[in-house]
Design a protein around this ligand. Sequence first.
Ligand code: TH1
Length: 821
Amino acid sequence: MIPAPCDLGNSTESLKNSIINHVRFTLGAYVESASQNDWWVATCLAIRDRVMDHATKSRTIHRQSGVRRVHYLSLEYLMGRLLENNLRNSGLYDVTKQALSEMGKDLDELLESEPDMGLGNGGLGRLAACFMDSLSTVNLPAIGYGIHYEFGLFRQEFINGRQVEHPDAWMRDGSPWKIARPSYRQSIQLYGRVVQKFDDYGRPHYEWVETKQLLGLPWDIPIVGYDSHTVNVLRLWQAQADEDFNFQVFNEGSYVEALRDKAIAETVSKVLYPNDSTENGKELRLVQQYFFVACSLADIVRRFKVGYTLPWSEFPSKAAIQLNDTHPAVAIPELMRILVDLEGLEWEEAWDICQKTFSYTNHTLLPEALEMWSVSLFERVLPRHLQIIYEINQRFLEQDVEGKWPGDNEKKRSLSLIEERGGRYVRMANLSVLGSHATNGVAALHTRLLCERLFADFYALYPDRFLNLTNGITFRRWLDVCNPELSALITEAIGKDWKKDAALLRNLDPYADDPAFRARYAQIKRGHKAKLAEVIQAECGVTVSPDALFDVQIKRLHEYKRQHLNLLNIVTMYREILDNPDADFHPRVFIFGAKAAPGYFLAKNIIHAINAVAAKVNNDPRVGDKLKVVFLPNYRVSLAEKIIPAADLSEQISTAGKEASGTGNMKLALNGSLTIGTLDGANVEIEEEVGSENIFIFGLTVEEVTALKAKGYNPWDYYWANKKLRDTIDWISSDYFTGNAEEFLPLRRSLLDHGDPYLCLADYQPYVDAQAKVDAAYKDKDHWMKMAILNTARVGKFSSDRTILEYAEKVWHLPQVVVND
Ligand code: TH1
């Protein structure tokens, strides 16, 4: 007889029992001598036990009710740490802290020992993680699909100011959150060739033969929403060699040879590619994309087939599939292959199903980030998929494009799925738009530019397929978890419902004028600054005062994000302090966090330049406390959680038109950091929300950038016209900072000889002026706090719950399904 499932209980006593049982029975350790890692694993498992029932229940309810589910396909999930988030979201934080403390263990220490799950590069991967949190919180049936990378984004170290990369073995000591699901393993094909065959009526069909096999083992991570019993899963695929892999060789005694092939198969999910917003066209990357897409689609199709026997025409009513950028776009020809080659559907019906199923989010306009695969590579790895893409293309050009613009070959060239100039390439962005019923941008400005520029011709053909869905962030991690003091103050003032309905934060507005509230808000900020000062001391060996203005730029290192514009201003300030020691200038700490792609030479030169300037400034007795510059190494989610609550000023200074949205801008504003920024990405909407009097906007607009470039931009004009700018650049490219005048020549050349592609020089003076306004504003502490509070109060729009509900309503047409306890 199977006994009824027992309730684990949420009392301190039952938590203690669970944790101790895991220490003893799961880890085989003595309570007296268990290591810190043992305690952390045992605590995670005790929480996981309490969550898994809800995961099973959610899955069952979603299946039984037969509702549509969304499948989020993303090559990146930047999850960060999971324990504290899961504790706060499930309401078990206090009781767990108590249970541990009664056993002589400090929860905070355990939380600090958790390695980040860094399976992403930056904003795109973190967005996927925030979306998973929101999907569970607002009770939407969802599954996230991705890759179980053995190594996440590299760990960054600075040696003599230069970036050095190390592998990130995030699960070396085990990862208690993931559960293997061997019964859902999938087998997929790659390489090989296509043969045409004919049925009894002489109709052709295609078989993909002589392929290599690869297995995908799924690992599930439960996603705990805030105050909700919906627990969705994130399913990550690990590549394995086929069981019978090279058995022949094995029998002949070539044991080592056989295992070499196994090792090659396993490289597919070894490591995350460390490029953010740039493509490098490597074969392994295409294999990674197809591997996880094929496993995920097979899993979705499996689920469609069990339980009910519906006609294929019902597939879209059960499954929505969201493509997170073009990285999973090969899902479109893969679903066509399944439907036409394997299931025997007619092309038209299969195509209709595809378009109804898929939707696509574009995250960038940068040409170097637009994925294009060389036709020859694509043909070798995925020969049948290339044929399908050709067929899609031919029908599209002959029917839709010819129908709208008869005889217009220029339009056909621009819309084609194949780029023909300078070699032949498959254009994954065009494929994504064509294979989907909806394409969205990630901020209002970005979507406008998508329709006007990148996809102008597609927009003319199918205007109804385009829409804007402005990004968001989860306020649980980015306020409740990272800033529990502010979270508590807000809750005390306006109640706790803001955690589920962020629009309610507006109720804080009147508190901006309440001196007592302001004082407490200021005190919380001061507390976080003092804590960050300790981190800076430990990591950089630099002493900073929590009374200085903390000026923060944290994001991937990229020319378009213009960390070097920030540097120009810092060096200008440094000169000014030396020239004018008595100037009334509020002390400032410039704080950077950024990883550069390992092959991005100029980005690495910029990191080195910032570190070199930091070393001089921080040790110059003439500067004293007025100016400090610190570059915190190894920027990652858990470090962001320490920096963001401590920031006073948020640097969002990309060249207008280049940053699709940005999401760090939202996290910083939420935590009461004022933005200094250009009218780019979501900054535009942040200004609309917080009011132009509570933000420092400067610089060229998108239209001005376009006009300047059209007229012919010459950075030398700005160099010669502005002595301060000239002195600044010349100083950086002197031997002053490193003893070697050649060191930052690449940076100087990019700004001058190579035409300053991101217009740093054009925006230099407006930026310096805006920084002077910041300095003046900060002197009125009380008013500054008022502005900070108004930022917190007015950014409710940027909750990812709002974003996700918009996707559910406008793109996925999903119902909310409440899971009861
Ligand atoms: C980022 C965008 O640069 C950023 O503006 C946006 O807020 C974020 O996505 C979320 O929408 C992108 N990250 C990547 C990463 C790769 C390729 C393209 C982009 S765009 C690998």
